[in-house]
Design a protein around this ligand. Sequence first.
Ligand SMILES: [Mg+2]
Length: 211
Amino acid sequence: MGYRRLIWDWNGTLLDDAWLAVEVMSHMRQRQGLPPLAGEQYQRLFGFPLQDYCVRLGFAAGDFPALNAEFSRAYEARRLECSLQPGAAAVLAAVRQAGLEQAVLSAYHQPFLTQIVGHLGLEPHFAAVAGLDNPYAEGKAARGKRLLKELGWAPDQVLLVGDTDHDCEVAAALGVACALFPSGHQHLDRLEQCGVPVVGRLEEVLEQCDL
Ligand SMILES: [Mg+2]
């Protein structure tokens, strides 16, 4: 409590895109003769590293690079169909109005991240929008450490809001607090095992910040 800065995950947390991931992956499975993917099944299988997730989906581990490229092409072609999570715009505005600083930290490709944040008109809310230039060269935790340094933020003032168990791991690596929002990418059961607050609505993040 008493956080002065917020780090937001992007996919799932601020952007409502789990439905698109399910549609794209379900289609990919069917093309390989596998059954379609249901939403709850996806929530129980999705996680990082992505290669392990692809194996859980029934694909061969060796096919991961091609699968990842295929998923990215299909997802990117439709990414602007995704809208913000309910309440996201209002919460970002309220946090900013209260004088707290905010940033985005994402494993998403930096150019795409910059573009969609701009497309949704959210840039003014953020001190930084940090994605990855090469997802294989630097992980989210390493990018997060650089982000804290770039912004000069002390970890004990920061709350990271994410939607997966990996976000919780990243927060622990950064030494910052974490809250999780069940967005559709991972099942609530899995998030509740992380041992950090789980918020049912993004508005509850304001309470986490004493706003
Ligand atoms: Mg996410």
